[in-house]
Design a protein around this ligand. Structure first.
Ligand SMILES: [Zn+2]
Length: 55
């Protein structure tokens, strides 16, 4: 019954990602103060890369 990857040790103890107020995803890193999805808090503009086109 113990199959899979038991790498959830640092999970659930602390909130690390909260909903970002710019992109709405739960990607805002409260430790870094930067959204992992849109770089809110780091970049004044939306994070956009050519390889990460939206649709
Ligand atoms: Zn964001």
């Amino acid at each position: 019954m113990t199959k899979g990857t038991p790498s959830m040790g640092k999970h659930g103890s602390k909130k690390q990602h909260i909903p970002c107020r710019r992109c709405g995803k739960s990607s805002f890193n409260v430790v870094k103060g930067v959204c992992a999805s849109c770089d809110y808090g780091k970049s004044p503009r939306l994070r956009s890369y050519s390889w990460a086109k939206r649709h």
